[in-house]
Design a protein around this ligand. Structure first.
Ligand code: UDP
Length: 477
């Protein structure tokens, strides 16, 4: 049984993994995904297709308590609603008694219920090993405690490469400022009590960090990625991954067909990012002044003090873009996987959500990194300081919402970062070479005999082993 967390960046890869289990498991593995009715609607067409093709996979749904979850603070609303779902989820797990529980690491209670049922819990972390290692080092060593200024760089101690960060790039919880820090301690304890951890990554990308993590935590960990590439092999899977696309994907791909290889910039700053009007204006200006055609998945703006969201663009911008044919603007859910894979995409401006990084890696596309919050600043450093297939736009300040008070990333800065990645220089060529190499390795990892393919087979065997062992114990008892 799989229980994904109810945010796209967690849900999308975990559903891929559930589908992978069903595809690779054969007749003796039956997969159930437990989620809310709204989220089930986003993924049901993929699950129906799998099930029609003979895979043993189904959805089990429950209703999200919208009314009860209506707290005034928008960012606690989701957490609160999910907390309210917990008793019902636990009841459903007890009733269905699965042989293995695969849950998001944000569900610490699942470690208790799996212990109660005597079944393994696999925690899905949502990010990569690099982030897990950095987070662990920072928590254990507090390197930022010695630094007086927010903008002074410090080196992250005890990890395989030299990686630098600033205090201003650290998440609130690390600096002990947020209400959520106790909750995060609980998550960590639950992770350590789990049977193991599943990570959406592959050996070639993070080998040293996978070893480091296993050594430091003593946990078993499986690398099953890139999960997007591993399971989504046909057109329907790709264009509607994680939800029905809000644009006509064929029109979008036809437009890309009309462009030169590696010429188009794709800009998407994740499913949760909200900007100020001023920041949207700067991005619009950069895109208009740059010579590269683009596809822009527009982030909403948040009205100050109201918590209301809406899309907004500077007057006339969209008409000018339409008339010149220079770009496409997407409001809502974009077929990201299909877009990134297109040969005309030559650069990706990303907020460094882990899934986006993995998808960009699969497509062999160099990146302009623009981290905003969560663990995105850590992920950025893998791209810019370790693997070196991207360049930073230079955001220095971690913040959940890009309010009017935050320093702006000026259009000029975005344009010059895009030029470094998409221009004709030596640096651009080297970053593209590295990105293409990683893309090839990603494909190899999920192919027959690849590292992720083998780890998946090994994991399924281990789950079967746990079940037989339990049956043996029950039999003796
Ligand atoms: N995504 C998508 N279309 C969109 C926005 C996002 O398909 O319009 C997918 C994207 O491909 C990725 C996930 O949603 O798989 C977002 O996860 P990520 O870790 O990149 O960022 P988050 O949204 O969690 O910050």
């Amino acid at each position: 049984m799989f229980i994904p967390f109810l945010a796209p960046g967690h849900m999308v890869p975990m559903v891929d993994i559930a589908r992978l289990f069903a595809a690779a498991g054969g007749r003796d593995i039956r997969v159930t995904i437990l989620t809310t009715t709204t989220n089930a609607r986003r993924i049901s067409s993929a699950i129906d297709r799998d099930s029609l093709s003979g895979r043993r996979i189904s959805l089990l749904t429950l209703a999200f308590p919208f009314k009860e979850a209506a707290t005034p603070e928008i960012n606690f609303k989701l957490f609160h609603g999910i907390e309210l779902l917990q008793p019902e989820m636990i009841d459903l797990v007890r009733t269905h008694r699965p042989d293995c529980l695969v849950t998001d690491y944000l569900y610490p209670w699942s470690a208790d219920v799996s212990a109660e049922l005597g079944i393994p819990r696999l925690a899905f972390s949502g990010s990569g090993f690099f982030n897990l290692c950095i987070a662990d080092s920072i928590e254990a060593n507090n390197p930022h405690a010695q630094i007086s200024s927010e903008s002074e760089e410090f080196v992250v101690p005890g990890i395989p490469n030299r990686v630098t960060l600033t205090r201003s790039q650290l998440p609130d919880i690390v600096k002990g400022e947020a209400k959520l820090s106790r909750f995060f301690d609980k998550l960590k304890q639950a992770e350590r009590r789990s049977y193991g951890v599943i990570v959406n990554t592959f050996h070639y990308l993070e080998a040293e960090y996978a070893d480091h993590y296993r050594r430091v935590t003593g946990l078993k960990a499986w690398q099953l990625g890139p999960v997007s590439l591993f399971i989504n092999r046909n057109f329907d899977d790709k264009i509607n991954r994680g939800g029905k696309s809000d644009v006509n994907a064929e029109n979008c791909l036809n437009w890309l067909d009309s462009m030169k290889p590696n010429s188009v910039l794709y800009i998407c700053l994740g499913s949760l990012t909200r900007f100020s009007k001023a920041q949207i204006s700067e991005i619009s200006r950069a895109l208009e002044e740059s010579s590269h055609p683009f596809i822009w998945v527009l982030a909403k703006i948040l009205k100050p003090n109201e918590g209301k969201e809406q899309w907004w663009l500077p007057e006339g911008f969209e008409n000018r873009v339409k008339q010149s044919g220079k770009g496409l603007i997407i409001r809502g859910w974009a077929p990201q996987m299909a877009i990134l894979e297109h040969a005309s995409i030559g650069g990706f401006v990303t907020h460094c959500g882990w899934n986006s990084i993995m998808e960009g890696v699969c497509a062999g596309v160099p990146m302009v990194t623009w981290p905003i919050f969560a663990e995105q600043f850590y992920n950025e450093k893998l791209v810019t300081q370790v693997m070196k297939f991207g360049v930073s736009v230079g955001n220095e300040v971690w913040s959940v919402w890009a309010t009017e008070e935050l320093p702006l990333i000026r259009g000029e800065r975005l344009r010059s970062a895009v030029e470094v990645v998409m221009g004709g220089g030596v640096e651009a060529a080297e970053m593209r070479r590295k990105a293409v190499e990683l893309g090839k390795e990603a494909k190899r990892a999920v192919g027959e005999g690849g590292t992720s393919s083998d780890e998946l087979k090994g994991l399924l065997e281990e789950i079967r082993g746990c079940k037989s062992k339990r049956r043996g114990v029950e039999h003796v008892a």
